[in-house]
Write a protein that binds this ligand. Sequence first.
Ligand code: SF4
Ligand code: MG
Length: 336
Amino acid sequence: TKPILEVKDLYTIFHTPKGDVSAIEGVSFSINEGEILGVIGESGSGKSVTSLSIMRLLKKGKTTIKPESKILFEGKDLLKLSDSEIRKIRGKEISMIFQDPLTSLNPVYTIGKQIREVLQLHRGLGPKEIDEEMINILKLVGISSPEKRVNQYPHQLSGGMRQRVMIAMALSCHPKLLIADEPTTALDVTIQAQILELIKELRSKLNVSILLITHDMGVIADMADKVAVMYSGKIVESGPVEEIFKDPKHPYTMGLLQSIPRLDLDEKRLNTIGGAIPNPKSRPLGCNFAPRCPHAMEKCKTVEPPLTTFADGRSASCWLHESDSINVSQNQTAGI
Ligand code: SF4
Ligand code: MG
């Protein structure tokens, strides 16, 4: 399998009235055909900025992506495309779904009108074909009596139903890559499980690659093939999901795993990591995680840890693994 998306050394900088803030500092990863890559981290870690950088949806003039960064989609560098070229890819070859479908659906138009618009814009179908395709796709995402639903407005649907509509719209153009940014965070637990099940089902039916952004390790366990753990603008650990759950290398990953609620423990309290993500304007000198890390050593506070690559294709940036490495790289963030 070949990679659909390769992000190489992504640096994204925000220009604010109070000075520049580097939101993403050298992120690299790749997603193969039909694969689900989960990107996990707390809010503020740079997950959403990464996806907005890929889609080129960050405000011009207020952000800069370093010229050495590359975002290769089927080998083509999205950062080098003109605005009109990227518009042709966005929503057609790469689609996106967000946390809250109410903010992405237009409240004044019916569901049908909004889906028709997408099909018309990107597929160039005639009116009759559009109507057929619309019903098919709504059935595909598990919406019952779609003929009735198309005449309804977003507020007339439940949260779960709205997310199904968003997924239908995102997939209506047969994208090769779907970026799902916290797609179930706003939904209650039962509905969340149904939507995740639907996304998995569609992945196998349509062989679409998925970049799944979440703050929930449970979602990663359930959905992803590979995972990239983000902390303060960098990927600190990455690799196959089973490996990382079995044997996390980075203390931050360990902390995230301990914060998953466990049904087998009669304990309501969540094990959360103390402290907060550093302000990107004043990151610590050494390891970004040092102020919160139970294993921090003296050198962690002054020198950034190198990237350690392990034999099973995993990598982590942490001084604890300096001697385990089969390859220590100058590039300081983990990539898969
Ligand atoms: Fe903790 Fe040091 Fe590893 Fe950073 S480099 S995660 S502070 S042990
Ligand atoms: Mg976010």
